[in-house]
Design a binder for this molecule. Structure first.
Ligand SMILES: Nc1nc2c(c(=O)[nH]1)N[C@H]1C(S)=C(S)[C@@H](COP(=O)(O)OP(=O)(O)OC[C@H]3O[C@@H](n4cnc5c(=O)[nH]c(N)nc54)[C@H](O)[C@@H]3O)O[C@H]1N2
Ligand SMILES: Nc1nc2c(c(=O)[nH]1)N[C@H]1C(S)=C(S)[C@@H](COP(=O)(O)OP(=O)(O)OC[C@H]3O[C@@H](n4cnc5c(=O)[nH]c(N)nc54)[C@H](O)[C@@H]3O)O[C@H]1N2
Ligand SMILES: [Mo]
Length: 782
């Protein structure tokens, strides 16, 4: 087969490829043309032939050469004597030596403590999201893969809600015609009249597989946007309507919107009759949340709720893009339940221009499950956290992280002695909350492997071996939107260059797997692995995928009418009742209310909250965190000068009226504080944020600062996750309060909040006691 993705001469060519990681991004598969001269990436352009992105790219891809060739990038394996942890005493080594060392130490520790001495930590969305569990199960034969974010509060909670309410349908997303090569021109496609963009800002975030700019395409074709957000973003300022709410109150606004839609008979009666279960119970429940009550809770106008509900329900088709805010607030699961109900009862599920429901295939899926064969019988089922959160552990490759943290802290069980960080900079204010607790807990590890691209706070504090990871221009690989749970298309990642001795995640898995557990790793190269997977998943070779650059598995609308939603081939949905479960027939079994409700977070600065009095007196601002910026992916890109020039510092956004009240001005330093911690950021005064609310950046550390202990690149200075708390999970084990907290703000002199890890740890212990109490009360756990 001739190669069509690479054109030019031997020393000067252009490679057509799709983006993924590294550097970090979600699997959106943006199309790129990489111009290479003498094996050097000289220019990155958008690929105008790519059907989804059509030549458009964000700044992170445009600045790739700066990232790829950054002088601080680590491009050879490194090792350090464990006694020198926290010091800059790394020495370069060879792959053979590094792998031998890992094998030797693994065998020694597993001999002493058992196979499950090894914990593999992965972060979000990068290729390691797919290969991390296989690293744990298939390479080290340990059942412990961890995504160290409280309540796995990203994507997983939304998938779980969708699975319970709609019956295992994969990740529901707006239909932006991504499944058709001719996109919006396809005769089957209908442009949505309205899209609610809810707790999501897809232009900067492009989350999970959604090319956010397709909202602009749709707006040009006539789609009206409604945003539900505490801030008026760029997209919000161009929307039909913004429902500006207090963070964490989405379930109240969602129940009230359902109330309007049902009371005013704006729903699709035929769909409700034929395909839903529990409609009357839902009607009764949402009647308890009239728009007037919701408006008081949410700090918005009653009329705005009516207006949003009516525009959405009358539009045909209409869609909802639900975002991270649903995963990171106390009643987020309930808000999500309402969203699925709104989509369904208005007849917008799995219809053209509505909300798509999963296209899946055997690509990677079967193999990922099969890697569990390498575990001892019962090891997976008996993981730490299963008694507390059986639903979570049964439904995830990863183990419930809040319970893992406690196991590490309490030294119970005792065996966890080795860690592998494969795409997770846990100490930076990314993956976890209360990073100082994780920091203390990680001291127990006798051996730590890091696979990453730059030295970061986590690696500097704990790494013993550092394996250098390649960027996607250095790889032959595959990009799967939504990690395979809703694949409108699949993208080829085609190799353009080689840098140092870097390997991608699957190559590292193979290299280690072939030494530690060869039976599970018959492939010698990534290409061989992907060839098998492409054949199994799509019936084409990897080479064919590479040539096509973008491959379409095909999409069928209204699968529930055609017997294509259920595994048994019957009509309906994959739920116990075969219907959309507006009242969940399973939730009650797991200690969850079968119907949506709104519960106030104990740390809201409102009188109804459990600690409302203290919050209103001392920490009167509602705190949300982490709204995405174009210039970084979580803790990444802080060392990229051209990006840092655009966003040089962590910022806290505040309304001008509040700025005046609390004596802060635009551009000054300020300290954010609450009962759990404090941090410093620069103030951005903006009328686009709701009064009484502040939004603080996440993921900040300072590559320009001293990397050694105790400074660790200044990781404790601007760490907003110190102000958040663990264990605000729902009874299923999901969810957190990253976007549902309180704080105070006061002017500061500099970036440095004059706080050390010991003081932060003290505050975190107080937070732990409080959340322990919450968990017991909320779920009857003891
Ligand atoms: N306060 C607050 N905190 C948040 C959030 C928030 O909204 N507010 N958002 C949360 C969310 S949704 C998430 S998902 C987490 C994310 O948290 P993480 O995914 O843990 O993100 P990072 O801390 O950036 O760590 C990722 C590391 O992986 C490396 N890396 C990048 N690409 C690759 C790759 O392809 N392979 C390997 N092996 N390594 C790679 C990077 O260099 C980086 O050091 O953060 C959470 N933290
Ligand atoms: N550039 C860039 N892109 C990214 C990432 C990144 O770090 N950088 N991270 C990736 C990851 S892991 C994820 S999970 C996605 C997340 O991407 P999104 O789902 O878009 O989430 P966010 O950017 O956290 O927040 C989106 C919006 O929610 C609003 N918001 C905050 N609190 C609330 C609330 O309580 N209710 C409502 N309704 N809205 C609220 C914020 O103001 C913001 O405008 O982005 C991914 N894409
Ligand atoms: Mo995420």
């Amino acid at each position: 087969m001739s190669q069509t993705w690479k054109v030019g001469t031997e020393n000067d060519y252009i490679v057509r490829t799709c983006a993924w990681s590294a550097p970090g991004c979600h699997p959106v598969g943006c199309g790129l043309k990489l111009h290479v001269v003498d094996d050097k990436l000289v220019e990155v352009e958008g690929d105008e032939e790519h059907p989804i992105t059509q030549g458009r790219l964000c700044v992170r891809c445009l600045s790739l050469p700066e990232y790829v060739y950054h002088p601080d990038r680590i491009i050879y394996p490194m090792k350090r004597d464990p006694k020198d942890r926290g010091k800059d005493k790394w020495e370069r080594t060879t792959w053979d030596d590094a792998l031998d060392l890992i094998v030797e130490r693994t065998e020694e520790l597993q001999e002493k403590y058992g196979r499950d001495t090894v914990l593999v930590f992965s972060g979000t969305g990068r290729q390691a999201t797919l290969y991390g569990p296989a690293m744990a199960f298939g390479v080290f034969r340990s059942p412990y893969h961890i995504f160290a974010m409280s309540g796995q509060a990203c994507y997983g909670p939304r998938c779980t809600v969708a699975n319970f309410v709609c019956g295992n349908i994969g990740y529901p997303e707006i239909d932006n015609a991504a499944c058709f090569p001719d996109r919006y021109d396809n005769p089957e496609y209908v442009v949505p009249e309205c899209i609610i963009v809810w707790g999501k800002d897809p232009l900067p975030s492009n989350p999970d597989g959604l090319f956010g700019h397709s909202l602009i395409d749709l707006m040009k074709l006539g789609t009206k946007i409604i945003m539900i957000d505490p801030r008026i973003t760029w997209l919000g300022s161009r929307s039909e309507l913004v429902v500006q709410i207090r963070p964490g109150t989405d379930a109240a606004v969602a129940m009230a919107m359902l109330n309007v839609i049902i009371e005013e008979e704006l729903y699709d009666h035929e769909f409700v009759e034929k395909w839903t279960y529990g409609f009357d119970a839902l009607r009764e429940r949402v009647a308890t949340m009239p728009p007037k009550k919701a408006a008081e809770i949410c700090w918005c106008k009653e009329e705005t709720i009516y207006k949003a509900a009516r525009i959405f329900a009358k539009a045909k088709p209409a869609s909802i893009a639900w975002g991270l805010a649903f995963d990171q607030q106390l009643s987020g699961g309930q808000a999500g339940h309402c969203v699925m109900a709104m989509v369904a009862i208005c007849g917008n599920l799995d219809v053209p221009g509505g909300v798509t429901a999963g296209v899946r295939s055997n690509f990677l899926g079967k193999w990922r499950v099969d890697t569990q064969i390498n575990l001892e019988p019962g090891a997976f089922e008996n993981r730490v956290g299963t008694p507390e959160f059986p639903v979570f552990n049964a439904n995830n490759f990863s183990t419930q992280p809040d319970i893992i943290l406690e196991a590490l802290e309490n030294d119970s069980p005792k065996q966890f002695r080795m860690a592998v960080f494969q795409s997770s900079n846990v100490l930076a204010p990314s993956c976890n909350v209360q990073p100082q607790r994780w920091y203390e807990a990680f001291k127990r590890f006798e051996f730590v492997v890091v696979t990453d691209l730059f030295m970061n706070p986590t690696a500097s504090a704990f790494g013993d071996v550092f394996l250098p990871v390649s960027t996607f221009p250095e790889q032959n690989s595959v990009c799967v939107p939504y990690y395979g749970s809703n694949m409108p298309f699949v993208g080829a990642i085609n190799k353009a260059i080689t840098v140092g001795e870097c390997k991608d995640d699957i190559e590292i898995n193979i290299a280690l797997g072939r030494r530690l557990n060869p039976d599970a790793w018959p492939w010698e190269t990534g290409e061989e692995f992907f060839d098998d997977q492409c054949k199994e998943g799509f019936g084409i070779s990897f080479e064919e995928l590479q040539n096509q650059v973008v491959y379409y598995p095909g999409y069928t609308y209204r699968k529930y009418e055609k017997g294509k939603s259920r595994s048994d081939g019957r009509q309906g949905f994959n739920s116990p009742t075969t219907k959309i479960e507006l009242k969940s027939s399973l939730y009650e079994t797991f200690g969850e209310d079968p119907l949506p409700y709104y519960k106030e977070c104990p740390y809201s600065p409102v009188p109804e909250a459990e600690n409302g009095k203290e919050c209103m007196e001392k920490y009167p601002l509602a705190l949300t965190t982490g709204a995405r910026k174009y210039t970084s992916f979580h803790s990444e890109h802080r060392m990229i000068d051209s990006l840092r020039e655009i966003d040089p510092w962590p910022v806290v956004q505040i309304h001008p009226d509040d700025a005046k009240t609390y004596g802060v001005t635009d551009g000054c330093w300020a300290t954010l504080e609450n009962m759990f911690g404090k941090c410093n950021m620069k103030v951005e005064v903006t009328p686009t944020i709701h009064r009484g609310v502040v939004m603080a950046s996440h993921g900040w550390w300072f590559p320009e600062e001293d990397k050694e202990e105790p400074n660790l690149f200044g990781v404790w200075k601007s760490n907003v996750n110190s102000l958040l708390a663990h264990k605000y999970n729902n009874p299923l084990g999901y969810g957190s309060i990253h976007k549902n907290m309180c704080c105070s703000i006061k002017k500061a002199e500099s970036l440095d909040p004059q706080i050390g890890v010991a003081e932060l740890k003290g505050m975190a212990i107080a937070a732990d006691a409080a959340s322990e109490d919450f968990l017991k009360k909320a779920h009857g756990l003891d």
